[in-house]
Design a protein around this ligand. Structure first.
Ligand code: ADP
Length: 499
């Protein structure tokens, strides 16, 4: 019909029960089917209608599904006319029908299997762990109980948890007697606890009473504390100990108590005392004859010098200078022993810093002349004052100045100056000598330490001077140190609190 395919529908019309003709309607097939099939269904299905082998209608929009098996074809015969209707789902439709269920089932299955495997592993590991833990606990208990050192551990409430066999033997208390009790004070010296409380209060700048804080504050701050104490046995007798206290922490890092490992140092103290006594006696015994030898040599070289043959005089001069060295060494050793035994007196008074530094430089002038050196002293402000024992301070300065002179190049210059550094005053002694070798720096203030300890070394000395200097300076609440660059000299300094 006029170039497009259509069908005509006839509807019989009746008028008061009598047939009165037809109403005919012409429907274009294309637009009729399009209205019904082009929109929604077209997305899901591709529908085509063929008549007499010729395509009559198709709503083709989406691609048909790949599988032919999903295509349905029906042949309709109307009298002798053959119509074919073909319906194929589109790819879009097939995809939308694919359910996520199988994937979900697979994932859930895998998850359950993995969880089951994990829980089996966890059970196995925790069994192994508890077996291991039991073994290591037994090992730890064995170590603690057989330790030669006293081991005492307290809980966060300061009650005794561990008191090993060595502690029982040394203190005379049984483990049962002290476990669970805040028993520490019964085996400590009350006076010592009070003194430590005062010392700590000063150090920390707050009031520390003679209680558990004395033992826990420093380990909590520094990780551990090592200190000598006096322990009191059950029978009242006393003995010196070296105590190392460390905080105990649980897996989460919370404090679960404190561990004290204690060494009885009675024997070590006795040995030290005997050694000191021996050195003091020997040094004294050496000093007396040496003083008389030195006196005699001085007399001969002074009054009788003119009557001596040059060779004899040379020999006597060598003997005199060796005598001086021996004397210095003996004095140093006696100083150390006296200081260690607490027998050295310090007469501390508040003095102007400039004055004592000048005195020290003047006392050392002879040394400077001997080495042909100039000493350049920068004046320090009048009002700067320090609390020192002047003799000990001059002795420390003499060591720094004589070292600077010894190690300066001939004709060189030693500089001395003071500076303010916060609440301290610093006295510097600078030389243009060889500097301090890197590998020697850490040992600088140790007893008998010398950078060149060979028998052929040029400079005399005992290696005791700086050790004594540090002990004296620290006793006067100061610090001593140095800055040095190899090949570019050294600056030794003393920091003293401003008074
Ligand atoms: P000593 O009696 O040997 O001088 P000290 O304790 O005073 O003993 O010094 C120890 C060592 O430090 C010296 O032997 C020397 O090696 C080194 N030393 C000290 N002062 C200086 C300095 N100003 N320059 C270079 N080395 C120095």
């Amino acid at each position: 019909m006029q170039g497009y395919t259509a069908f005509i529908a006839y509807l019989p019309v009746q008028n008061q029960g009598n047939f009165d003709g037809f109403i005919a309607g012409v429907f274009a097939v294309e637009s009729f089917l399009d209205n019904a099939l082009r929109t929604e269904p077209a997305r899901d299905y591709q529908i085509s209608i063929n008549f007499d082998g010729k395509q009559y209608y198709s709503n083709a929009q989406g691609e048909p599904a790949a599988a032919e098996s999903w295509t349905t074809e029906r042949v309709i015969r109307l009298q002798d006319q053959v119509w074919t209707v073909r319906i194929a789902p589109t790819r879009f439709f097939v995809a939308s029908q694919e359910s996520a269920l199988p994937g979900m089932v697979l994932a859930a299955g895998l998850l359950v299997a993995a969880l089951a495997a994990l829980s089996v592993r966890y059970i196995l590991i925790s069994r192994l762990k508890s077996a291991h833990l039991a073994k290591s606990l037994a090992l730890n208990a064995g170590i603690i109980s057989s330790s030669a050192h006293l081991v005492i551990a307290i809980d966060p409430q300061y009650r005794i948890m561990i008191f090993n066999k060595a502690a029982e033997a040394a203190l005379g208390y049984s483990t049962a007697e002290v476990t669970g009790r805040r028993a520490i004070p019964i085996f400590m010296d009350a006076g010592e606890l009070q003194a430590r409380a005062q010392e700590l209060s000063k150090e920390l700048g707050e009031t520390i009473v003679a209680g558990p804080d004395i033992f826990t504050r420093i380990p909590l701050r520094d990780g551990y504390e090592k200190r000598e104490w006096t322990f009191v046995r059950k029978n009242g007798s006393r003995f010196p100990v070296n105590v190392i206290i460390t905080p105990l922490r649980d897996d989460l890092g919370a404090i679960s108590g404190f561990l004290g490992v204690i060494e009885d140092i009675t024997l070590a103290r006795e040995m030290e005392r005997m050694k000191s006594e021996f050195t003091a006696v020997v040094s004294h015994e050496l000093r007396t004859p040496l003083t008389s030898i030195r006196g005699s040599l001085g007399l001969i070289l002074g009054a009788l010098a003119a009557s001596l043959q040059p060779k004899v005089r040379d020999l006597l001069e060598i003997a005199q200078s060796n005598c001086e060295r021996l004397m210095l060494m003996i004095n140093d050793i006696l100083d150390i022993e006296k200081f260690s035994a607490g027998q050295m007196r310090f007469d501390v008074s508040v003095l102007p810093l400039g004055g004592v530094v000048l005195q020290a430089v003047e006392a050392n002038e002879g040394y400077a002349r001997k080495y042909n050196l100039r000493v350049d002293l920068a004046a320090c402000p009048q009002e700067w004052a320090v609390a020192v024992d002047p003799d000990r301070f001059i002795q420390v300065m003499a060591n720094l100045l004589s070292n600077a002179a010894k190690y300066s190049p001939p004709g060189g210059m030693v500089r001395v100056w003071c500076e303010a550094r916060g609440a301290m005053f610093r006295i510097n002694v600078r030389d243009d000598g060889p500097g301090i070798p890197e590998d020697f720096r850490a040992r600088m203030f140790e007893k008998f330490s010398q950078a060149d300890s060979s028998a052929t070394r040029e400079k005399g000395g005992t290696g005791l001077g700086l050790h004594i200097a540090r002990r004296f300076v620290e006793h006067m609440h100061g610090r001593i140190g140095f800055d040095s660059e190899v090949g570019h000299g050294s600056t030794f300094w003393i920091d003293l609190p401003a008074a």
